[in-house]
Design a protein around this ligand. Sequence first.
Ligand code: B12
Ligand code: SF4
Ligand code: SF4
Length: 376
Amino acid sequence: MLEHITMKEKNVANKATREMDEIKIFAQSIGFDLVGFSPAKIDKKSFDVYKKWLGKGLNAGMEYMEKSAQRKNLSKILPNAKTVISLAVNYFHPQENKKTKKDEAIIARYAYGRDYHKIILKKLKQFENFLKQKFPNDFFKSYVDTGPILERAYAETSGIGQLGKNGCIITKSFGSWIFLSEIITTVDLCRKEENIDEKGRRRCSRKIACLAFEPITHRLKLDKSYMLDLSNGKTYFDGTSPSPFQQNSPCGTCTRCIKACPTGAIISPGIIDSRKCIAYQTIENRGRIPAKIQYAIKKTKRIFGCDICQEVCPHNLGKQKITTHPEFLQKIAGDKISLKKILSIKSDEEFLKIYAGSPLMRAKLKKLKSTAKILN
Ligand code: B12
Ligand code: SF4
Ligand code: SF4
């Protein structure tokens, strides 16, 4: 719908749109696959979900997950934070040969090549420098994975993807095979003006602008959810209450991931009990793995991480695009690992020599050996 706007308003809008386009183009040029923007304010529902999750002890031994003050209020991390720029990087690679030999165990897909933390942080710093030049009086703080920020919640609000029952953010272009990261900034990139296009049409009357590369249905903490189609500038309101597992869910009636999880770790749609999750048990847990989970690890041959709930997801079938990031294709751990090889490594130095730069370093040799013994 065309609306009357003043010349001044139009100029502000044009400048903001240009700014946003430049930001998106730069993000793409340094290798980010998706970018979305949302106000630096956690939506209440997401925070409540996190608090309940914590309250039930579903974080298992991950004490760093208890930093709730920062997760609730990003100004505790960056005073006067206004916007979260969420970014996604596709890491998919086709698996060499799905069959494992008797002596082999499976490594989660994300750990095939170089560790994403360093690779993405470098890109975030480049992005920060670009933004600092544009906004010299503003401040920026970047995180990838390890910061006290609910990455999935912001990614969903910004429009990067939608939450699946497997708990993962599912994107239209890459399925769930993505790493998330973000830049928190004092620049307000979600101003209302940005919703006016170059022809002066208001694309959306909401304060939150959908500026993700992909137009997808939002589930915002608003009275109505909406979808902004960037190809025609139209906004669609569905008028329903926002629930990720009703109209706007990418899942519909599908429950494949819940059924496929070998340990029953998806205790309700989108909620993972880390104590039961093979990913937690094989990467994070420094203590003894419970007998029931040991059995599932042996059966599914997972030595580091677990992808089962993503592998069965129809959104990941046929959507796979091979990552354009050579670092993730540079084989270090690979898809599978020989148990004999792991068990024969004699020292941390030897381990470092073989696996330096790989996500396997997080588990450390001692942990990998003890999981290998379960699998052997
Ligand atoms: C702790 C953690 C884990 C734990 C716990 C997992 C979990 N689901 O919470 C363990 C070790 C088990 C784990 C495993 C994996 N992880 Co992990 N993990 C994290 C970490 C550090 C924090 C997640 C968190 O806050 N959990 C608490 C729960 C309550 O929050 P949440 O899952 O983020 O869900 C939020 C939203 O969904 C939102 N929400 C909004 N509305 C609603 C409504 C409903 C009904 C629900 C349920 C939720 C919801 O609220 C929630 C809280 O804010 C993030 C990085 C980060 N800083 O966020 C990576 C992260 C989530 N992990 C990631 C990955 C890749 C994995 C694995 C695939 C690795 C592997 N192959 O082994 C598995 C997948 C397991 C799974 N099915 O979730 C990616 C996810 C990418 C994606 N596509 O979503 C992240 C974002 C890391 C990154 N930077 O890329 N992980
Ligand atoms: S990662 Fe594996 S164990 Fe964890 S919820 Fe998914 S299928 Fe279950
Ligand atoms: S497997 Fe089905 S239920 Fe699970 S996340 Fe994918 S679409 Fe949703």
